[in-house]
Design a protein around this ligand. Structure first.
Ligand code: NDP
Ligand code: MG
Length: 391
C-alpha cells in the first residue's frame, strides 16, 4: 500500500488532497504516515482518525495538550512544534504533499526529498527561497518533484514527451485577482475584504491576497524558472481573466502547447497523486460553447510592481529569493493586520531588498539551508524595522 503524508492538511490544498484520498478509498487505499496542521486542531484530529494516520502534528507547541486530548484512545500519536513537523517528514513515505503556507513549508519538503519521496509541491515558497538547493536535493536522492500550483502543473503536463532544449518560452497565465478592474488610484484604499474576493479560484486567504497584488504571480515566475531550468527572460506573464488556460509552453518551432480546464485545484492535486497514471477526477468539465470566448491582456508593471521585482530577484540570484519571500510575508502580515496599505506592500518589499541587496552577491554556489534560513530571519527583522520606522 502506498505510504502518504500531508503537510498543511487543514488548509485549502490540504482539504482538497484529503477529499481525493478519501474518495479513492481512504485507509483502504493508502497508508497515512503523517498529517500536519496549525491552529485547526479539531479538523486535524478528525482527518487523522479518518485516515488512521500514524501521527498528527500541530505547528504550535502550546497546542500539544489539546491535540493529545482529541486523539486519546484513537491510536493516532500527537506531536507539536516545527521540529516535530520536520521529524514527521523523516518517517518514510512514498508520496508527500507539501501544502503548508509560507517559508515554514521548506524544511519538511527538503526532509521528504532527502528520503527519496515523491514531493507534490504546492508550497511555492520552497522554490522561491531555495529552488536550486531543493532541486539539487531531489536529484541527489532520486526523488521526484511534482508541481501542484495549477500553472506549473499545466507547464509540466505541456512538457510531457517534449525535448526541454526545444522550449523557447513559458507563458504563465494570471487571473489578475480581485482588484484587476479597479482604477489604479483606488488600489491604495483596498481593504483585506476587497482583496479576498477572488473572481475564479477558491484558495487560502494569504495566496488570495497575493493574487490581487500579483505577488503570487511574481512568486510563480521564480517557481517556473527553478522548476523547469529556464532563463528569467524565458518566463512571460499574460492576464487571462477567465482562468481557463492554466499556462502554456512555446517551442522553437513556433508551436504552443497549452493546458486548459475549469479552475479546480483538485485537477493538479489529483494529477500529482496519480502520476504517472492519468486517473479520472471529480472536476467539472469545460464547456467551450458556454465559455464563448477567452480574453488576454498584458500586465501593467506600474500596477503590479511585484512582477518587476521578481525579475530583479531572478537576475540577482543567490539569496535574493529567500529575502523576497520573507519581505513579502512580513508585508502581507502587516496588510492583514491593518498597519500597511495595499499598495505599500510592494514598497516595503522593495525597500527591504534594497537594504539587503549588498549581501546577496551573485554567486555560482548553491546557498545552503542554513544560509536560506538565516536570510529569511534577517529579512523579516529588516522589513519589520523599516515598517516600524515608516508608521
Ligand atoms: P491555507 O492557509 O489554506 O492552509 C495552510 C496550511 O498550513 C494549514 O494547514 C495551516 O494550518 C498550516 N500552517 C499555517 N502556518 C503554519 C506554520 N507556521 N507551520 C506549519 N503549518 C502552518 O493555505 P493554502 O492551502 O491556500 O496554500 C498552501 C500552499 O499552497 C501555499 O504555499 C500556497 O501558495 C500554495 N498554493 C495554494 C493554492 C490554493 O489553491 N489554495 C494554489 C497553488 C498553490 P491551520 O489552518 O490548521 O492553522
Ligand atoms: Mg498558481
Amino acid at each position: 500500500m502506498r505510504r502518504i503524508s500531508i503537510f498543511g492538511a487543514t488548509g485549502s490544498i490540504g482539504e482538497s488532497t484529503f477529499d481525493l484520498i478519501t474518495r479513492a478509498g481512504g485507509p483502504q487505499a493508502f497508508h497515512t504516515v503523517a498529517l500536519s496542521g496549525g491552529r485547526n486542531l479539531a479538523r486535524l484530529a478528525q482527518m487523522a482518525v479518518a485516515l488512521r494516520a500514524e501521527v498528527a502534528v500541530t505547528a504550535h507547541e502550546d497546542a500539544l495538550g489539546e491535540l493529545q486530548d482529541r486523539l486519546a484512545g484513537t491510536g493516532v500519536q500527537a506531536a507539536a512544534g516545527a521540529t516535530a513537523i520536520a521529524e514527521a517528514a523523516d518517517r518514510p513515505a512514498d508520496w508527500v504533499m507539501s501544502a503548508i503556507v509560507g517559508a515554514a513549508g521548506l524544511v519538511p519538503g527538503m526532509r521528504a526529498l532527502a528520503h527519496g519521496s515523491t514531493l507534490a509541491l504546492a508550497n511555492k515558497e520552497s522554490l522561491v527561497t531555495a529552488g536550486p538547493l531543493l532541486m539539487a536535493t531531489a536529484r541527489a536522492h532520486g526523488a521526484t518533484v511534482l508541481p501542484v500550483d495549477s500553472e506549473h502543473s499545466a507547464i509540466f503536463q505541456s512538457l510531457m514527451g517534449e525535448d526541454s532544449r526545444a522550449v523557447e518560452r513559458i507563458i504563465l497565465t494570471a487571473s489578475g485577482g480581485a482588484l484587476r478592474d479597479w482604477p489604479l488610484e483606488a488600489l491604495q484604499n483596498a481593504t483585506v475584504q476587497d482583496a479576498l474576493a477572488h473572481p475564479n479560484w477558491s484558495m487560502g486567504p494569504r495566496i488570495t491576497i497575493d493574487s490581487a497584488s500579483m505577488f503570487n504571480k511574481a512568486m510563480e515566475v521564480i517557481e517556473a524558472k527553478e522548476l523547469f531550468g529556464v532563463r528569467p527572460d524565458q518566463v512571460e506573464v499574460i492576464i487571462h481573466p477567465e482562468s481557463i488556460i492554466h499556462s502554456m509552453v512555446g517551442f522553437h518551432d513556433g508551436g504552443i502547447i497549452a493546458h486548459l480546464g475549469m479552475p479546480d485545484m483538485r485537477h493538479p492535486i489529483g494529477f500529482a497523486l496519480n502520476y504517472p497514471e492519468r486517473a479520472p477526477l471529480p472536476v467539472a468539465r469545460l464547456d467551450f460553447a458556454k465559455l464563448g470566448q477567452m480574453t488576454f491582456r498584458a500586465p501593467d508593471l506600474i500596477r503590479y510592481p511585484a512582477l518587476r521585482l521578481a525579475h530583479e530577484v531572478m537576475v540577482a540570484g543567490g539569496l535574493s529569493g529567500a529575502a523576497f519571500n520573507a519581505a513579502k510575508e512580513v508585508a502581507l502580515d502587516q496588510f492583514i493586520a491593518g498597519s500597511l496599505g495595499f499598495a505599500q506592500m510592494s514598497h516595503l518589499v522593495e525597500a527591504s531588498l534594497s537594504a539587503l541587496w549588498a549581501q546577496f552577491g551573485p554567486t555560482d554556489a548553491i546557498p545552503t539551508l542554513e544560509d536560506v534560513l538565516a536570510m529569511d530571519d534577517l529579512t523579516r527583522r529588516t522589513a519589520r524595522g523599516l515598517a516600524a520606522k515608516n508608521s
